[in-house]
Design a protein around this ligand. Sequence first.
Ligand code: C2E
Ligand code: MG
Ligand code: MG
Length: 594
Amino acid sequence: MPRTTAGPQLPLDVRHRDGAGQPDADLVAGVLDALPSPTVLIDPDGTILLVNSAWAASGDLLEDDRLEVGVGGNYFEVMLSLSDDAVNHERIEQLRALSQGLRKRVSADYALSTVTGVRWFHLQASRADESGRVVVTHTDVTSRVEAEQASAWQARHDHLTDLPNRAHLHELINSELRRDREPVTVLFLDVDGFKDVNDTLGHEVGDGLLRELAGRLSSHTRGEDTVGRLGGDEFVVLCRNCDVDGALALAERFQATFDEPFQLGERNTRLTVSIGVATAPGGNSDVRSTDLVRDADLAMYAAKSAGRNRVRVFSPDLRSAVEQRVLVAAELREAIDAGQLVLHYQPVMHLPTGEVSGVEALVRWQHPERGLVMPCDFIPLAEQNGIVVPLTRWVLGEATRQTVAWEQLGLTLVTGVNISAAHFGTGTLVADVHDALTAAELAPERLVLELTETSVAEDPLRAAAQFAQLRISGVEVSIDDFGSGFSSLSQLVSIPAGVLKLDRSLVAGTETRRSESAAAIAAVVGLATACGMRSLAEGVETADQLDLVRELGCTYAQGFHIARPMPAAELPGWLARRPSPAGRRASTAHLQSA
Ligand code: C2E
Ligand code: MG
Ligand code: MG
């Protein structure tokens, strides 16, 4: 079909009602030509009555001549030549209805494959006059649509790995669950020790690892599966038409992708992954994606708890274990206000003088049904559920108040309080300690905060800054359980702690491997001294161990051999009953000397 331009050949009776009532076809043509969008005027059958120059120029969009249709051609045929599909048939019906005055306008976006790639147009049609002629404009909206598509894509994908994100994964899993057919399986993967990579090698290396991992996982999935990232180091794989056996085989393949070491910064490091698997039967409309992912998460958590680097399939008992934990966490929250927490105090002996110089406050939960619950059974729960800060505030308040009460009985003691790593993250530690001291009117020198070395290792800079503030205010800091975890000597030197508490495993070792353990203790004591710290041996259970740690130069000792933790009310009696050399009294004078 020959290409036609607008103006000269108007076969129309398009009239501009001026004073003389003369048709002014030139004016109409001029107005249409001024429109930047390709525009046609058609009659009720689709015959093209008028086109503008932009329409004529749009013929260049295609390599063939399907768009090169001018006046006299049929617009509906042009539409069908571009795409003879249900959408276009429907649109033609809409245009006919518009022409008959049955609707007000027609508008739609459509894509066109052009010589420069896919372009998007917005079609807008309105009835031109009573005779049913219709004006159709086609505006190029490619940049708008592309921007919308880009932002829609971004909203559904993870910016670091380009994988589907949490929201999109849930959409995909839900739509799969709605389909009435094969089972749907979800794999939940979590890299073992990823936090250590971030903490020790930095976030850039951590990000690189996640990208590398995304690539490895994607290359090991079948075409019909989808890998997505929930956040952090948590990846989810949606396996379509896959039962438990198929998923286990896939999980093994994923584990195998970890056989090859990862390049982390300068080093080549081997990593492992824990995987949880959960399956929903096909066509089960009751299951939602959040349920399935949560079950897979629980299974992953069980895999981690069982020692990492393994695959675990979800079973309902995992859910009840979690429900139990949630229940206990809720109870614990109330227990603080209900006054169910109690502190027991374990005496600390100053070895050079044999005197009791202080105590460590150890929390217990006096549960109405379960009796006295030990901290190992609820502190981790408190840490995971955001309860440890209110709990520690209570401990600080109670321990400082008790220390002042003893003082009024003539017992001068330094009291140790355990602080969780999570407390550093909240940034309220310094203020919480200050508030407790002020409320109890206790001198800061009489409080020692005990922090485990691992909590210090988690965020050394942040920890060091808060340590420094505490020490400036006069509060002592000790490093608890030293020797039980990831000991970084360089970090130790940078922390302004006053006391190093040797983990009881070091002391216990003296029973079986006396000379090696003694050498280890001597080394740690030497290190503490070199860093200007005093040392405290924990877990001293026998007279022999007490003699040994004294000989090895420890400043303090604590353990069942000296005394078990006891309620506050028992301490004055216990101190009074101690078979002690004449004149021995609780005192803190020596705490000031290294
Ligand atoms: P920790 O701070 O290292 O406290 C010492 C633990 O060792 C106490 O256990 C104590 O009873 C036990 N122990 C003391 N001497 C001996 C001994 O000779 N042999 C043996 N086998 N054990 C001994 P407990 O009271 O069960 O506390 C366990 C852990 O719970 C504490 O370890 C501490 O990490 C945590 N914890 C206790 N109270 C609190 C608290 O108020 N806040 C926080 N965040 N953690 C606490
Ligand atoms: Mg402690
Ligand atoms: Mg300890």
